[in-house]
Design a protein around this ligand. Structure first.
Ligand SMILES: Cc1cc2nc3c(=O)[nH]c(=O)nc-3n(C[C@H](O)[C@H](O)[C@H](O)COP(=O)(O)OP(=O)(O)OC[C@H]3O[C@@H](n4cnc5c(N)ncnc54)[C@H](O)[C@@H]3O)c2cc1C
Length: 275
């Protein structure tokens, strides 16, 4: 088996305190030697500066880092400006997304879907960027059907993406089925599994409802049974998620991308059990 690629995602902090906390988190996670860190981008450009600042700081510390870039609400000109800024900072990889504007904002902008963003990046910057896109083993919540969503994913890969990272899930079979169908549809690029450690049951439930990730009944009931006992929630989460990661890697997943939520402990604990 080739060594899997591990990467870790952050969101750009909004306060000076958050920035300081993220520095501490990052120092701990850097010891794991991930292939790169990625930093999310608020839809509509709301975190544009924070994303770039965080990425450049990580790169100054000697680690590879990729900004996310979401196109919803953007114009060709605004996205061109951001791409030029990334290039000027010698950033060579990014995660290209459509993004979601808050409800009530509609879609707006000149890009409708991520495949149009990928096409635009390639047209504007050639092969400068290594481009990752998002994949949804349990189907994107707005897709009409799993087949439609797969077709959209294939279109996005064919537009020039180098690799994909999945939405998180707790059902390895969904990932295996999705990657098999993508292969059959001609996708040869790596599809890295997105991993959300379990540390907080209420927050997980809220995120999962928004992004369409299913928490299997048995996991949901177990978490509920622990009530406020966070130590038990974390211990159970660590066992469940590590076992799933082991299965994913044994089944051929080319890598794992950890949604760290700017916390070091859970990602570190899972990682150390895996290596
Ligand atoms: C790894 C990862 C990182 C993320 N990072 C961020 C971030 O930093 N910032 C942020 O705001 N959000 C982020 N998201 C969330 C993401 O923006 C949302 O899930 C968003 O709703 C979809 O983005 P997408 O790029 O997958 O969109 P798309 O690939 O455009 O898909 C969106 C929907 O449209 C459908 N579709 C796609 N193309 C077409 C087409 N040509 N015709 C008809 N239907 C189509 C798809 O089936 C899907 O239902 C991330 C998600 C993942 C998995």
């Amino acid at each position: 088996m080739t060594t899997p690629d591990f990467s870790i995602e952050f969101f750009p902090p909004k306060t000076a305190e958050g920035t300081e906390k993220l520095r501490v988190t990052r120092a701990k996670l850097a010891e794991l030697n991930p292939k790169y860190f990625s930093v999310t981008f608020g839809a509509g450009g709301t975190t544009q500066q924070g994303t770039l600042d965080t990425v450049t700081e990580i790169r100054r510390e000697g680690h590879d880092a990729a900004p996310h870039l979401s196109c919803v609400g953007g114009t060709r000109e605004s996205i061109r400006t951001i791409l030029n800024e990334f290039k000027a900072n010698d950033i060579r990889r990014l995660v290209a997304l459509r993004g979601d504007l808050p409800s009530g904002y509609g879609m707006g902008g000149e890009f409708r879907y991520a495949n149009e963003l990928v096409e635009f990046i390639r047209a504007e910057t050639g092969d400068w960027f290594h481009i990752e896109v998002a994949a949804y083993p349990e189907m994107h919540p707005q897709a009409r059907s799993p087949q439609d969503d797969l077709n959209s994913f294939v279109r996005k890969m064919n537009a020039g993406a180098n690799a994909a990272i999945t939405q998180y899930f707790y059902n390895a079979d969904a990932y295996f089925r999705f990657t098999e169908e993508a292969r059959k549809a001609g996708v040869t690029a790596p599809i890295v599994a997105g991993i959300m450690p379990i540390t907080n049951s209420t927050q997980l439930q809220r995120f999962s409802e928004m992004c369409g990730a299913e928490i299997p009944r048995w996991i949901r009931l177990k978490l509920a049974s622990y009530g406020d006992d966070t130590a038990s929630i974390k211990a159970f989460g660590l066992d469940v998620v590590t076992a799933m990661c082991e299965r994913l890697l044994a089944g051929g997943a080319p890598g794992l991308h950890f949604y760290s939520l700017n916390q070091a402990a859970a990602t570190t604990a899972i990682w150390q059990r895996l290596v």
